[in-house]
Write a protein that binds this ligand. Structure first.
Ligand code: PEP
Ligand code: MN
Length: 341
């Protein structure tokens, strides 16, 4: 960290900062110019992050050179993390496709969808039992009954299942039924939930918050890794921008940036990003080109009657066509990247 003092800051102001640093156990290295003094700070990351000199007398600017995350960074681990559940892998060259309805609605809906997505080549099944709805009057999900239907459908077609933990109080229950625990965009910075999932033995699918920066997403993932759970998949699901034609804006720059910043697998969710069925295929292709390790795609047997997110859901036939189209692209992309296996 660098503390840049104001022009001609008094020696008392400079000494005050140096004293606070010494007290906290950090080292202060002064670079004194004729006009400006800059204090270079060296010390433990934990110590430096508790220090905040912004706004103190004589302080012009505080520049943090240390990233607020460590365990998730490529500097810490250069090889890709591969998250594997029930034989399905994501990361390190393995491309995962998580498909299924937005919300679990009935046994028939789940079984039909599970069979269709499995036949088309999906590697994991999704479905929400606890739904984060903007309106309290909208369908909130089937709860535990839904979890049971999801598990049953996943077992029937031999696909691992992914579902959202909306409330930390449900984490243990959800973990009894699900292979991967999803943290939704609205909970990305629910730090108590992240702490809790960090202690659990289930991989976490962490979706980017609606207005979260890349650094905030990585810092959220750091909470889970810090707790001891190294299996985190990041998901770019579109961010809020001024654009209203699409539900959100799929930030593919973030996918490419994340791939270089972190060793964790990064997937894209073109369904929630665009909010429109017709955008799912082109945005899936673009996600592959940007380097994504997988996709999350909403599929519903009858989107017009879906209780949630129908307009962005693909029919099983649409999904089959998309998978047939993506296969050769993936093979080509992997060849270009020199990925084997
Ligand atoms: C979902 O995956 O169904 C969902 C609610 O996504 P998000 O948290 O990204 O809005
Ligand atoms: Mn949805």
């Amino acid at each position: 960290m660098l503390v840049v003092m104001k022009d001609h800051a008094s020696s008392g102001d400079i000494q005050h900062i140096v004293d606070l640093l010494t007290e906290a156990g950090a080292e202060a290295h002064l670079s004194r110019g004729e006009i400006k003094t800059i204090i270079g700070v060296i010390g433990d990351r934990e110590v430096i992050y508790t220090l905040d000199f912004e706004g103190m007398p004589g302080v012009e600017q505080v520049i943090r050179v240390l990233k607020p995350f460590k365990l998730v960074s490529r500097d810490f681990q250069s090889e890709d993390t591969v998250v594997t559940v029930r034989g399905s892998a994501i990361g390190g060259g393995a491309f995962g496709v998580i498909a299924g309805p937005c919300s679990i609605e009935s046994e028939e809906q789940m079984m039909t969808t599970a069979r269709a997505v499995k036949a088309a080549g999906a590697t994991m099944l999704r479905g929400g039992a606890y739904k984060p709805r903007s309106s309290p009057y909208a369908f909130q999900g089937m709860g535990v009954e839904g979890l049971k239907l999801l598990r049953q459908a996943g077992d029937a077609v031999e696909l691992p299942v992914v579902t959202e933990v909306l409330d930390v109080r449900d984490a243990e229950t959800v973990a009894q039924y699900a292979d991967i625990l999803q943290v939704g965009a609205r909970n990305m910075q629910n730090f108590m939930m992240l702490d809790e999932l960090g202690t659990m033995k289930r991989p976490v699918l962490l979706k980017r918050g609606l207005s979260a920066t890349i650094e905030e997403l990585l810092s959220a993932a750091e909470y889970v890794l810090k707790g001891g759970n190294r299996d985190v998949i990041l998901c770019e699901r579109g961010i809020r921008t001024f654009e209203t034609y699409t539900r959100n804006t799929l930030d593919l720059g973030a996918v490419a940036a994340l791939k270089s910043l972190t060793h964790l697998p990064v997937i894209a969710d073109p369904s929630h990003a665009g909010g429109r069925r017709e955008l799912v295929a082109p945005m899936s292709r673009a996600s592959i080109a940007a380097g994504a390790d997988g996709l999350m795609i909403e599929v519903h047997p009858d989107p017009e009657r879906a209780r949630c997110d129908g307009p962005q859901s693909l029919t099983p036939a649409d999904f089959e066509a998309l998978m047939a189209d993506l296969g050769p692209r993936l093979a080509l992309e992997r060849k270009l990247l020199g990925v084997t296996g």
